[in-house]
Design a binder for this molecule. Structure first.
Ligand code: 4AD
Ligand code: MG
Length: 477
């Protein structure tokens, strides 16, 4: 008796073998046909019940969502759309699922409804496909870096610094909120706190990764990061996963090459290894597109979009060139940008980024050499004294997927920058040490993992590509 997964059985032609299979009932039709799923594939296996020899009591318990174990014989299927099926010899109900109460019925549920049932939505085709692709992408990312000589570096989750200098941190404290100790100036006295100072959840592992790159050469982080930004958008989470490679002796061009090669490689990996799930998600989106007016439909299908990224060069454009394009364009016949770019130096809004990528270049774009005043303190100042060696990778339908830079390796320039931005040197003494002892050109970037999963699966809302999304006013599970 072979214990198998549904995926193994569906690709087997070892007919007449006796098999044992366990999974959850998706549907049960005509008291005879069970569609069984065990999570190993998007596809269900049909199990044909000999209802004349099965008790009425057992038949009643074969309901959507129930966990069952089946012993049976693998046979060639006569039915359409499946090559094999199981003739059931023995059936055991492992766990009942009351059809009156089980929320995930075999019908189309809205994503809003499913978000309220985040613990059960993984039992739907869409979410199981998305989460399998997410898992495959995670593995592809580790594989890419290990094969390219990188070390996986575990950045700390609790830190004393604000890597991005944006002040969007969740504080970590063991102080009693009702009895906060105060110092003379009336502010909270964190010397009595667990770590003896103010600490927070990390917004980025970059600064620590830099210290490791300056010894190990090539490192990458892949971990959760936290941002207390009050952004209620389809692209922002308060807790998201970030991949941050950091490479000694790489300049900005090398950094762009790495980002492009990395993204192409992991997408081509899932195109090879997630065929069934991507085909399902592709069809799902084609159906969704059909319900839109013709002029709003996407020109490319999901699979075409993924292949496009793998096969085409990303367009590299400086911020200054991008501003010229935006100044001279009309977003479309009747519409104007909500935010007009009037001066060089303004930050790009997502509508500008999307115009550049979706309307103007129609491909992924890497924007580089941004104005220094809209970027973080650690970026390498260019010779013009006003731009920094920053780069953002912009994707169609997503906007910014990667943010990175060549780092300021000159101690004095970095110190001046920190002073101008009121960043306390004493807080970052260890970071400055990398510039004092054997400093060198180095670069890195951060890729938002959920934004990559969004692109790969075609999901419109970032809340639907992470198991338990954390957003403002929302941490139910
Ligand atoms: O551009 P960001 O803020 O860059 C950094 O954190 C650098 N320290 C990275 C580095 O150079 N090592 O964030 C990097 C990426 C963004 O491009 C975006 O994809 C993602 O992280 N990201 C978010 N994803 C989901 N929700 C949020 N609130 C995000 N904020 C940033
Ligand atoms: Mg950014």
């Amino acid at each position: 008796m072979n214990k198998c997964t549904v995926a193994e059985l569906l690709s087997s032609n070892n007919f007449l073998q006796e098999v044992t299979i366990k999974g959850w009932v998706r549907t049960f039709r005509a008291n005879r046909f069970i569609a069984l799923n065990d999570g190993s594939t998007i596809n269900n296996i049909q199990c044909v019940v000999d209802f004349e020899n099965t008790s009425e009591a057992t038949l009643k318990r074969i309901t959507t969502g129930a966990a069952i174990s089946i012993k049976g014989t693998l046979t060639e299927s006569q039915g359409k759309g499946q090559s094999v099926e199981i003739q059931v010899n023995e059936i055991e109900i492992l766990g009942d699922s009351n059809p009156e109460e089980y929320p995930i019925q075999p019908k189309k549920h809205s994503f809003e409804f499913l978000r309220e049932n985040a613990h059960l939505r993984i039992r739907t085709n869409t979410f199981s496909a998305v989460m399998r692709v997410r898992s495959a992408l995670s593995f592809a990312i580790h594989k890419y870096f290990v094969e390219n000589g990188f070390y996986h570096f575990h950045a700390p989750i609790i830190t004393g610094s604000d890597a991005e200098g944006a002040g969007e941190m969740f504080q970590v404290s063991t102080l009693n909120p009702n009895k906060l100790p105060k110092n003379e100036t009336g502010t909270v006295d964190h010397s009595k706190d667990f770590f003896g100072k103010q600490t927070n959840l990390t917004v980025s592992g970059q600064l620590e990764a830099e210290t490791y790159a300056m010894a190990l050469g090539k490192v990458y982080t892949f971990g959760p990061t936290f941002r207390a930004e009050n952004s209620n958008t389809t692209r922002h989470l308060a807790e998201f996963w970030m991949i941050e490679p950091e490479v000694a002796f790489n300049n900005l061009d090398d950094n762009m090459d790495l980002a492009e090669d990395f993204i192409k490689s992991v997408i081509s990996d899932i195109l090879k290894n997630c065929k069934d799930d991507l085909a399902f998600l592709n069809d799902r989106l084609l159906q969704e597109e059909k319900s839109k007016p013709q002029n709003e439909r996407s020109e490319l299908s999901l699979l075409e979009k993924l292949n496009f990224v793998v096969e085409n060069n990303f367009k590299r454009v400086s911020y200054t060139e991008a501003i010229d394009i935006l100044r001279n364009c009309k977003p479309n016949k009747n519409k104007k940008f909500q935010y007009l770019i009037n001066e060089w130096g303004a930050d790009l809004q997502s509508e500008h980024e999307r115009y550049l990528v979706e309307k103007h270049f129609k491909c992924p774009v890497i924007l580089f050499d941004y104005p220094a005043n809209i970027k973080a303190f650690y970026m390498r100042l260019n010779e013009d004294g006003k731009t920094v060696r920053a780069m953002d990778v912009l994707f169609p339908g997503i906007g910014e997927i990667v943010g990175g830079s060549q780092r300021e390796e000159r101690l004095q320039v970095l110190q001046q920058k920190m002073k101008a931005l009121n960043i306390d040197e004493h807080e970052l003494w260890w970071y400055l040490d990398t510039r004092k002892f054997g400093t060198a050109v180095h670069s890195g970037f951060g890729l938002g993992f959920e934004r990559l999963v969004q692109y790969a699966t075609g999901m419109g809302n970032i809340r639907d590509v992470i198991p338990y999304p954390r957003t403002p006013q929302n941490a139910e599970f």
